[in-house]
Design a binder for this molecule. Structure first.
Ligand SMILES: Nc1ncnc2c1ncn2[C@@H]1O[C@H](COP(=O)(O)OP(=O)(O)OP(=O)(O)O)[C@@H](O)[C@H]1O
Length: 497
């Protein structure tokens, strides 16, 4: 059916029209040319004894053929005067004598120029002025068929895209979400939102505590969207000053600043056609916020040190572990940008509110480790399960991942017990256990330290344990279950750097 529409139907009709014209008008060469952009004509169909192979790939540049461009502007057929010298349409392509019969008709549908019909005969006086009107009528018919062919090709392409999109969205559920674990109703709601928003092109604002899976969810939205074949580019907005943020986002021209020795593309340019994930958006320097707003609204930007306005087609997904609304109320974040980014807000629940998901995820993570021979028969003891359930998981899934990897390593006999869940033995690391008394108000018998002070002390402890190392295995970030960049920005805020 598709082949019939593209290859047979409209082209066949065009060929039939040219055949009938040959009988009526006695041409030796009839060519239908199509306007492909505003200035180039290419051969669509050709008929008659003078047709040759060179014609098939013949292209006319109207900027160089102003004589033809003028004729096409007039929207009426033009019969060349054989006695007047003119440049032939097919010069060096078809062997035609200097004086011959030549008729050109523009192909218009309403005010849109779609192409041109040419009729030639090596003899003079073959086309009488009387047939010019007739050719004018026929050329209207040819133009309509060309327009129909274009729209049926567009329709078929769109149809193919829709079928591919539908098949992609209807992939079996397990394969779509097989790498993000959790069965709780809270998590199922998140998956439902991912499915819904992936089908649109709306900006998404993902909020949730550190390690709840904001980046994984952003990637999933991209993978399930129609942009999945295009890049997914990330930028962590924390620990970036205004200058660096601008250059990272929009790129810079060579020489824009001292270290700009070459031109560099920014994240918006790299993400063109795809998705840009802006992590820790709350930390985006205030000076850059209006620039991002403009790019989101208009799809345009300039490289640092550049004057040319560039265009981009980028879906932005932003994430924050701070309450962005609260940042707006404190005037730390622009309200207009907040509304622009948060068209579709998505809140990720902390692990402690996801019930038995802790166990589902822990089992799944251990199952992944079982692929290696060393862990093939590892399992959790019942006191370990209890411990996992009662802990409050401030570092969420990332912290759980680290705990499982560490405890599997420590459980030499394959049984992961409660004491393996922390490197020091006994309790799980980090603040807070989730037990029945946790909510009871107790009067402190010592002066209470502020939250910032407690966090600072906790980071100091991690730095001590890791010999001051932040990045990599055994580093403070790993111990705390945070990304190193997040830890650094937190330390900066607490005046520790
Ligand atoms: N539901 C989940 N299933 C499996 N793995 C998960 C899930 N959620 C998070 N993870 C894993 O936990 C780790 C942390 O996830 P991610 O980086 O997406 O969190 P985040 O919320 O962006 O963290 P941050 O706020 O620190 O940037 C990653 O290794 C990720 O693969």
């Amino acid at each position: 059916m598709e082949d019939q529409l593209i290859d047979v139907h409209p082209d066949r009709v065009l060929d039939l029209i040219l055949q009938s014209l040959e009988e009526l008008l006695n041409y030796e060469l009839a060519v239908i040319l199509k306007l492909n952009d505003s200035s180039h004509l290419t051969v669509e169909r050709a008929a008659g004894p003078l047709v040759n192979d060179k014609l098939k790939s013949y292209k006319i540049d109207l900027l160089k053929r102003q004589d033809l461009a003028q004729i096409l502007k007039r929207n009426e057929p033009h019969l060349f005067d054989e006695d007047l010298e003119h440049e032939d349409t097919y010069v060096n392509i078809v062997d035609l004598p200097d004086s011959h019969s030549c008729l050109v008709a523009p192909l218009y549908v309403k005010d849109y120029l779609l192409g041109m019909l040419t009729l030639d005969n090596r003899a003079c006086g073959v086309f009488s002025p009387a047939i010019v009107n007739f050719v004018g009528t026929i050329s209207k018919l040819i133009a309509v068929i060309i327009a129909q062919k274009d729209s049926s090709i567009a329709l078929i392409t769109r149809n193919k895209d829709l079928i591919e999109e539908r098949n992609f969205l209807l992939r079996p559920e397990e394969s779509v979400f097989s790498d993000i674990y959790g069965n709780s109703p809270e998590w199922q709601r998140v998956l439902e939102c991912i499915r819904t928003v992936a089908a649109s092109d709306l900006p998404v604002l993902i909020q949730g505590e550190t390690g709840t899976g904001k980046e994984v969810v952003a990637r999933k939205i991209h993978d399930l969207s129609s942009r999945s074949g295009k890049p997914f580019i990330t930028l962590n907005c924390s620990a970036l000053n205004a200058g660096l943020a601008e250059s990272e986002l929009f790129g810079h021209e060579k020489g824009a600043f001292t270290s700009a020795v070459i031109r560099r593309k920014g994240r918006f340019e790299l993400a063109d056609g795809g998705t840009l994930f802006l992590d820790e958006i709350a930390d985006l320097p205030a000076e850059i916020q209006p620039k991002i707003l403009r790019t989101l609204q208009e799809g345009t930007y300039e490289r640092v040190g550049g004057e040319k306005t560039l265009h981009c087609d980028v879906r932005v997904i932003a994430a924050s572990n701070k309450d962005l609304k609260e940042q707006v109320e404190k005037e730390l974040f622009r309200e207009d940008l907040y509304y622009r980014l948060g068209v579709f807000p998505l809140f990720l629940p902390p692990l402690r509110d996801r019930g038995e998901d802790v166990i589902v995820i822990a089992e799944q993570l251990l199952n992944n480790l079982r692929e290696s021979e060393a862990y093939r028969h590892h399992y959790f003891s019942s006191d370990a399960i209890e411990s996992l359930l009662s802990y409050s998981w401030p570092g969420n899934v990332r912290e759980l991942q680290n705990v499982i990897r560490r405890s599997a390593l420590m459980a030499a006999d394959g049984i992961i017990r409660k004491e393996h869940l922390s490197p020091g033995g006994g309790k799980l690391p980090g603040p807070g256990r989730k037990d029945a008394n946790a909510k009871k108000t107790q009067k402190p018998d010592m002066p209470f330290v502020t939250m910032d002070e407690a966090v600072k002390q906790h980071i100091e402890m991690a730095l001590k344990l890791s010999d001051g190392k932040i990045y990599g295995s055994g580093g403070a970030a790993e111990l705390l279950g945070m990304k190193p960049t997040t830890l650094q920005s937190r330390m900066k805020k607490l005046g520790m750097m």
